[in-house]
Design a protein around this ligand. Sequence first.
Ligand code: UDX
Length: 441
Amino acid sequence: AGTRSRISVIGTGYLGATQAACMAELGYEVLGLDVDHAKIDSLSAGRVPFYEPGLEEVLVRNLDNGRLRFTSDYDEAAAFADIHFLCVGTPQRADSNAADLAFVEAAVDALASRLTGTAVIIGKSTVPVGTAGRLAERIAERAPAGADIHLGWSPEFLREGFGVEDTLRPNRIVIGTGSPVVEAAMRELCAPQLEQGIPFLVTDLPTAELVKVSANAFLATKISFINAMAEVSEAAGADVIKLAQALSYDDRIGGKFLGPGLGFGGGCLPKDIRAFMARADELGVEPALSFLREVDAINQRRRARTVDIARGLIGGSFAGRTVAVLGAAFKPNSDDIRDSPALHVASAIADLGGKVTVYDPEALERAKQEFPDLRYAHSMLEAARDAEVVLLLTEWAEFRDADPDELAKVVAEPRIVDGRNALDPAHWRARGWTYRALGRP
Ligand code: UDX
């Protein structure tokens, strides 16, 4: 009571930068740490190095009021705070589907060896179940004499594009720990959220780790379920949009994450379900998650199907044909192109000989770096110029609201594949377009 906790946030990527800024916003003194000097320079100057609506305001406000600072120095972070959040990335390994824990281990080693007195480390990164238990042993081995370090795991459920909102007002807070010190520290830190009545669950370490990956597995399954229904609808001449609507009125099913289309991508769902399967295999319960292989396969088939629909529309071959792709980010309101379905489709068409021009409101720079062989345009109309087919692959508002007449003036042929079921088919057809979508007649 009285003096408020000082917090360090280790890792200032998407998760950590948001966590650091939001904890400062709640009134805590926060030091963000990253080994990447470019990130630290950018954040210290008040620039968020990725696209996240609303985050820059929170960052700048808290830099200005002095509650938030950034560093690359572990000595400084260890001395500054008594609570340390681990927010480093856990990407998919290059050689397998498992999660790469190198960043988490490096962060824990660097931090634990420098701590003194009583300290709390709370992991937020998505890790395979069992990791936190092993890290606790690692911390004990590296802790200097006299240091009393307590570990907890509190998974993060934030969605890109809603990072600030989801961090300040999460729909639940889960803390896995066996330590009363960690539980007390979390209750105090989360007091502003507990006052709002946000559910607070205390679990053991493995349960907390599992909550995160099982939530993402469920969400991925829901999307692939409706996309499987889209596949059947295509074969049967049914309309998956109407089908999804009818299902959604059953509140046991619900309408969220039931949007059929090109499927899921991004830095979380695809890698998390693969790492989850790999972990189940290690635990000897591989059959329990074999359905996730189908979830992944259904998701991949939507990409192939989108390419096929577009190819069919232009007479069976992309060779030498002009194609416009609207969207590069894995979803709207993000510049993240990790495992982006849109870029997967764009590059597949280019590989088949199509002359593909891509436009995205925010993700062009990242797309250019990752896919330098595609062509890029700086507006929707520029991308669509002379196109024989247009593909809408990320449902930015700019594309949803596109005027079919404007677009018709610049294309070679008014043909569109709506990969996100974002447009009104009747409207586009009435304006003279050949309109095709996934899962609809
Ligand atoms: C997700 C989880 O939602 C979040 O809780 C977790 O912490 C991280 O992973 P995010 O990757 O930001 O967040 O994206 P999300 O908004 O969940 O969308 C994931 C993908 O599913 C996107 O590619 C989106 O286009 C796709 N999607 C979503 C659909 O195809 N249909 C839907 O109905 C919903």
